[in-house]
Design a protein around this ligand. Structure first.
Ligand code: FPP
Length: 250
């Protein structure tokens, strides 16, 4: 089978792709295995998509690895996910450096188990000078948490006389989010057939193209990723304008 990669226009790539990696549990079930088996196989998909994104020239890739709601899962599963994170970051560190990939994380890292936080911060520190692509893990992340935190920081600044209410613009607000310095995602992918955004990058995805596929995350491979990119490139992004206005500015 020939690869879809040849059809991708490298001059029309989204700078930032955000992914909701969903379906690990269902994938495990179809294989008659416990849920954690699905997460372990999900790491293979993480690896392949990270590689494919970096090779194409995508600058930012954000993966929803653990939401603030995921704490309510059975503790066995939460612990396994945290351990998997530690294991994966440790194992992939040399590959990140070899491939010039910078690791970052968004979310409330203070609530992560010590070992997970420590490994993650070490990974971030040891890859901080890499420039080819930034891989961002959303961990203990939720948009509503992030937005409330931003509002608290802004309110404190206003209270302390450091910021005037009149100067609060959409751009200023963005500076208070965990994604400050990261461009907004232009494409958001969700696997497993669910059509929801689930509290993920709600502010940042204001103009993102949404792409849903029924493929379960552990089955998601390069060609599925290319398919999502081709779909993205076939869409007309109007940002509130009409088609004719887009032709005028091109
Ligand atoms: C959703 O599937 C997946 C998660 C909540 C965790 C994602 C984690 C990984 C892919 C592995 C670790 C990641 C990294 C970056 C090392 P689900 O469990 O909600 O599946 P279900 O909807 O079928 O139950």
């Amino acid at each position: 089978m020939s690869s879809l990669i040849k059809d991708i226009d490298l001059n029309k790539l989204p700078a930032h792709i955000a992914i909701i990696m969903d379906g690990n549990g269902r994938w495990a079930k179809t294989h008659g295995k416990p849920r954690v088996f699905g997460h372990k196989n999900g790491v293979l998909a993480v690896r392949e998509v990270t590689e494919a994104a970096a090779e194409l020239g995508i600058k930012y890739l954000t993966l929803y690895a653990f939401s603030t709601e995921n704490w309510s899962r059975p503790s066995f599963e939460v612990n396994a996910l945290m351990a998997l994170l530690v294991e994966t970051v440790k194992r992939e560190l040399s590959t990140f450096n070899k491939n010039n990939i910078r690791l970052q994380a968004i979310g409330d890292l203070s609530k992560l188990p010590d070992m997970t936080r420590k490994t993650l911060l070490e990974g971030i520190e040891q890859t901080k000078n890499n420039t080819r692509m930034t891989l961002i893990l959303a961990l203990n992340y939720s948009s509503r948490w992030e937005i409330v935190e931003a509002v608290k920081k802004i309110a404190t600044q206003v209270n302390d006389g450091l910021l005037s209410v009149d100067n609060i613009t959409s751009d200023v607000f963005s500076e208070y989010l965990t994604t400050k310095d990261i461009p907004d995602p232009e494409l958001m992918i969700r696997t497993s057939g669910e059509h929801r955004i689930s509290n993920y990058l709600l502010w940042q995805a204001a103009y993102a193209e949404l792409y849903f596929t029924s493929v379960l995350w552990p089955d998601f491979r390069r060609e599925h990723f290319y398919q999502a990119l081709l779909d993205f490139q076939g869409r007309e992004r109007r940002f509130g304008k009409i088609s004719e206005q887009l032709i005028e500015v091109q």
